[in-house]
Design a protein around this ligand. Sequence first.
Ligand code: EPS
Length: 372
Amino acid sequence: MLTFYTAGESHGRGVFAFLDGVPAGLKLERDLIDADLARRQMGYGRGGRMKIEQDRVDCLSGVRGGMTLGSPILLAVWNRDFENWRSFMDPWEIQPGRELFTPRPGHADLAGAVRFGHTDLRNVLERASARETAGRVAAGGVLRCFLKALGLEVISWVTQIGDVRYEGGFDRARRDASSVFCPDPGTTKKMEQAIDAVMQAGDTLGGEFTVLLRGLPAGIGSYTQWDQRLDTIIAGHLMSIPAIKAVQIGLGTASAAAPGSRLHDAILPGGTRGSNNAGGMEGGVSNGEDITVTCTMKPIPTLIKGLASIDIRDGSQAAARYERSDYCAVPAASVVGEAMLMIAVSKAILDSFPLPNMTALLAAFDQHGSRH
Ligand code: EPS
């Protein structure tokens, strides 16, 4: 029912998101979408590009007077940097001078060039760049408005940068006050120090973040077919974020060590649970508890001292070329994680309630919720 795609190159005209299947009559809050775009640009350890851009959503179709029409929605986040790149990125006529021949280990450069037969790696990296995630966050912002209308909320926080971990829970004011979106000031300081150390060394750092959805009633998703399972849909959406190497639901990998008698969430009188190790899903169906997902991000592959690589023109040994990049983008990735969870859950909801307008959808959703 819900279709979502992005288009756009990192230094092209802009990044675009296409959404089809959003019900008519949804009030969009532009400030809410722009706030997500602004948060994606933040985070200690970002590179120079974020000083150039001031991402704002522009809506090219499907919305009139702030209200969705039920027709396809096309969103744009324009690239300010295009003006500096026009002569290299123009669709019709380009100048030489920004070609790349030494792929970065860990980036899409080499494998992507093999896939499409490119001889200039710029043709890969322009689209493989994490700049594309601005389009995801713009689309996620539309669906934040959709989920908000249904009484649902998605939040995230950073749980690890390098080897500095945070084990506590969520606190919005503290997360928003943190330069790394970690709800603890002491841990934030340690995370900043870890990022400072890699910045001085010309290196990069990965980490981990948690995304949580509150308010989803039981019964969304299905156990009857593998691709309708809510965990299939959620894991795929989050795994698709650039640099994500692992997605865990609920207790995740820690589920291996606990005996079943301690792992599973006992059903208490009235159907409530005392714990949520399952992460809000059982059998691929939501069970009424918070949906909890934790994502692991690898360090960004663009290093100032390029790793050993080759020149693809002759296969000779050459260091990977440095392109302007971030030192740590885990805080930004947590905002992208929220967007992808919102897209995944909206898809699952609209699969269960394929209704063309918000009035019909809200009535069906409320009736379903009141039964569980
Ligand atoms: C990014 C924009 C990019 C990079 C970064 C994320 O802009 P530029 O290439 O002009 O500096 O800063 O992309 C990567 C880390 C990557 O590996 O592609 C953004 O908008 O988030």
